[in-house]
Design a protein around this ligand. Sequence first.
Ligand SMILES: [Zn+2]
Length: 393
Amino acid sequence: MEIDAGRQQKARAYARVRRRLSFVNMGIAAVGLLLVFVLGLDKWLRNVIQGIAFLIWQPVHGWSPLQILLYFLLAVLAYQLITMPIVYYSGYVLPHRYGMSTQSVRGWARDFLKGFVLSLVLEAAAVTLIYGLLAFQPLTWWIWVAVVMLFFSVIMANLAPVLIFPLFYKFTPLPEGELTRRLLTLMQRAHTRVRGVYTMQMSNKTTAANAALMGLGNTRRVVLGDTMLDRYTVDEIEVVLAHELGHHVHRDIWKLIVSQAVLTLGGLYIANLLLHGVVAQGFYISLTDAATLPVFFLLMGVFGLVVMPISNGYSRLIEYQADEYALQSTGKVEQFKSAMTRLANQNLSEIEPSPIVEFLFYSHPSIGKRLRHADEFAQRRDYTFNASASAPS
Ligand SMILES: [Zn+2]
């Protein structure tokens, strides 16, 4: 198995276009928010909404949840409409041009809509929670929001494999056979268990391959894309399964949830300081003024940018450890390397991205690094083996 030079060239071009598109997206958001603040659109929209009689309901003095919800919906819809051409181009046109998508435009639109509605509902709930707590607990709201979000993400991690992901993908249990036997052996050796192995039908959407550990508690499972099953050897898939099992053994889903919660708490604390500041300066009527929503959007955008390299760095560490686990538990260095090579060729992954790009955007170590990790593991193992073989008994 060799890295395909032609595919690598294509991978670099593909990554470059996608990066540029995300910069354009960021630029639109930044300019849009600037215009909102400079032109006073934030207050203009609040005044328009305040004029609508049936939205005036106030469970607590100063907090009008319906006004805030409508404000939120209109702002999100406006942003979505403006960025729709880019969303369509980067989600549908570009992957087709690079041979990465197998989806019809109708299928793509259906997935997009499902995702959009789902996140809109969750975000609307979060906005209501945040402003409700701002009304009741103006000083400690940020702690409560972080606590509720932590609980919610634990519940979601548990429910997502049975409630959310099936909205987008079809899952079928992997039939009893060589692969399930190998995973069972790996699990027995590690004295651990996941609830099952499933194949995920991805081939009707993408040509890329993927595998993952999903779920918490009674829903934890290993998932293999069907785009991997037909093209990889049993040994290669065993190494991939071992990597996912490594995530389970290391309790990585918990680690990610907790680390995310800590970052969120920090972000909310800063939001708290800023919000009190702008209200004290008289920019807004109160903490629960609907016109403060764009301030939240701005904060979330900046927060996302600052946190991205931190959570990606942590994720790369966790992925490195799962690779190490896969190498140790199977000992199959060559198969690990051929699986990685196949992945790079199939998924149009740059094997050697520039260090700054990897630092900022990569949730996994680059394939080049993962291949070198395998070599370094083999050297380490041979060294230990030779050392113990030559030691006097
Ligand atoms: Zn992983």
